[in-house]
Design a protein around this ligand. Structure first.
Ligand code: OXD
Ligand code: MN
Length: 594
């Protein structure tokens, strides 16, 4: 066959993988509108996607996954390093030889009767020193169409690969979509990813979690940069100056909503405006000015649909009106879509996410309501359609980061906001972030799961080494960003939220930015620097003084208890944990006892 590249490494690898998977044909994705259209038509004909009402939702499609293939399967996700120690205690490990052997047996002949698509893609602007190239081989048209939204894919990337032949080798096959033959394998030492047996985005859009977090975090450690599970947003201040922050939150804590918030009425008078750079992933490097700069390697949002409405996220409501692939939502009779928590009323009938007739109020065998959309149903949509999209998305060095924010969901203990004393203390805060599980999702209310830097499911190597890398990065910067922790979820004794959240969170970001250039003071506490309540602009927000005080209260006894959980978490890393983190632990302990 004729190859559209001279890159020998790429040609050899495609040939080798084709011999293994035995597709009927191979098609190289060039990124053209015509080719995309053709693949869409074939996907419609084969039932992989359903076109939606093109008047109301132009360029939009619906896809349904298999009912047991609706989320990332963490227990089938492996880090395959030669030494178990290098995967660390928080990853599931498999030795590379057995991983390849097991997967090869499933990939063998898996693409018979199908086309193998070759998707050359760039995470980050093509040719930027911040970017990385991957090539995904897949037998799924859904994957191709999603990758065309989420990444820069096509010919320009192949041209870049003529100059620099390095790329992440990403192999995916749906195979039989059998959960018993599903494996999501990462080989950081080979710069390779093999995913088989799934069609769910987080498992198969290999540029996303697999490359941009697991493999990239490993590359970042080797090359001196950071790949993080963070949103990036610009806050345009009343004087027109834009400051950028990067923020890490575990899943289901509102990253996407925060990244594109619309200022609350009370602050609008000041002229604030938000610019969205990214909602999920940040790649950050120390640039020649000695400070930290960040790009969002993606070009789309792959977000959770339920709960998206004008109250939670008006910019997203606007974004997903066109050029969007919906996965596992309800199909209405007029060819539009609906999900629980959508704007407007509940439809009187539809086809649910599993393709079955649906009416509101239907119950399953156990008497529970049958949902129209799966709770993890998704939209895949281009950032460029978002009304708050930053004008700096294509800039090769990204944006300068003034503040790093860590957050979790904590009903008690953690104040609404506080600032770390310095970088090392900030790394300790990030390393000990935890989030409470809600009864509806995971059982025991209040149970805390530690999720360092919100990277627990995404760090591609030993987290002790990852913490060390963070500490080293701080030493290499002339002007490191300040590090903060926020908690939008603190509750009163009855469990009611004390803080309204959503757009009101800008009031806290305003204080953070004022701290970054020393425009406002703070009080020193055992935890870090806390705001004077009067320094938070509360114009237009009626919140009782008592609630505000509770939001910033420090429960020393509770924190001493918390330290026990942190100690247990740190101990699993044994002697690998950087001494600096134990040092921070001890000094926090001493400050709390004073
Ligand atoms: C995501 C996640 O899909 O964090 O972004 O699970
Ligand atoms: Mn995420």
């Amino acid at each position: 066959m004729k190859f559209p590249t001279h890159n020998k490494k790429l040609i050899d690898w495609v040939n080798k993988m084709a011999r293994l998977c035995q597709p009927d044909q191979i098609l190289w994705i060039d990124g053209s509108v015509e080719q995309k259209k053709k693949i869409e038509e074939e996907a419609i004909a084969g039932g992989e996607i359903i076109p939606l009402n093109q008047e109301k939702l132009p360029g939009c499609f619906l896809h349904r996954t298999a009912p047991d293939d609706v989320a990332r399967t963490e227990h089938l996700t492996y880090i395959c390093t030669k030494r178990k120690r290098d995967a660390g205690p928080n990853n599931t490990w498999m030795p590379p030889q057995s991983a390849y052997r097991k997967a090869r047996a499933i990939f063998k002949g898996a693409m018979r009767g199908r086309t193998m698509y070759v998707i050359p893609f760039s995470m980050g602007p093509v040719g930027s020193p911040f970017s990385k190239i991957g090539v995904e081989l897949t037998d799924s048209k859904y994957v191709v169409l999603n990758m065309l939204i989420m990444t820069r894919a096509g010919e320009a990337v192949l041209r870049q690969l003529e100059k620099d032949d390095d790329f992440t080798k990403c192999l995916h096959s749906k195979a039989d979509l059998d959960i018993n033959k599903r494996l999501i394998l990462h080989f950081p030492e080979d710069n390779a990813i093999w995913s088989v047996g799934s069609g769910y985005g987080g498992n198969v859009l290999l540029g996303k979690k697999c490359l941009s977090l697991r493999i990239a975090s490993f590359l970042g450690k080797q090359e001196g940069w950071l790949a993080e599970h963070m949103l990036i947003m610009g806050i345009e201040e009343p004087n027109g100056h834009i400051e950028y922050i990067a923020a890490a939150f575990p899943s289901a804590c509102g990253k996407t909503n925060l990244a594109m918030l619309i200022p609350p009425e009370g602050l609008k008078r000041k002229g604030y405006r938000i610019w969205t750079v990214g909602d999920d992933i940040a790649w950050m490097r120390i640039d020649s000015d000695g400070s930290l700069w960040a790009i969002n390697p993606e070009t789309g949002f792959f977000g959770v649909v339920p709960g998206t409405n004008l109250q939670s996220n008006p910019n997203m409501v606007e974004t997903i009106k066109k050029d969007t692939i919906y996965t596992n939502v309800l199909l209405e009779p007029d060819g539009t879509v609906w999900w629980e928590g959508a704007e407007g009323g509940v439809p009187s009938s539809g086809i649910d996410w599993q393709g079955r007739p649906w009416k509101p109020g239907m119950l399953d065998n156990e008497g529970r309501p049958i949902l129209g959309a799966h709770p993890n149903s998704r939209f895949t949509t281009p950032i460029s359609n978002c009304p708050s999209a930053s004008f700096r998305l294509e800039q090769h060095h990204g944006v300068p980061i003034s503040a790093i924010v860590f957050g979790g969901r904590r009903q008690r203990l953690v104040p609404l906001v506080y600032e770390s004393f310095n970088w090392q203390h900030g790394v300790f805060i990030g390393a000990t972030i935890a989030s409470e599980l809600t009864a509806a999702q995971f059982g025991k209310i209040g149970q805390v799961r530690r999720d360092p830097m919100a990277m627990l499911p995404f760090c591609g190597y030993n987290m002790a080494d990852y913490f060390r890398h963070w500490l080293e990065m701080g030493k290499s910067m002339q002007k490191p960003p300040k590090i903060f922790q926020v908690n939008w979820f603190r509750a009163d004794e009855k469990g009611g939220f004390l803080w309204p959240g959503f757009r009101e969170n800008l009031r806290i970001l305003e204080w953070i930015l004022q701290r970054c250039d020393n425009r406002v003071g703070a009080r020193e506490t055992p935890l870090g620097y806390l705001p004077e309540i009067a320094d938070i602009d509360m114009t237009g927000l009626a919140l009782a003084q008592e609630s505000l005080e509770k939001l910033f209260a420090i429960d020393k006894k509770g924190w001493l208890e918390e330290l026990k959980g942190i100690k247990a978490f740190f101990r699993q890393f044994k002697k690998d944990l950087p001494a600096e983190l134990w040092e921070e632990y001890e000094t926090l302990h001493r400050r709390l006892l004073k």
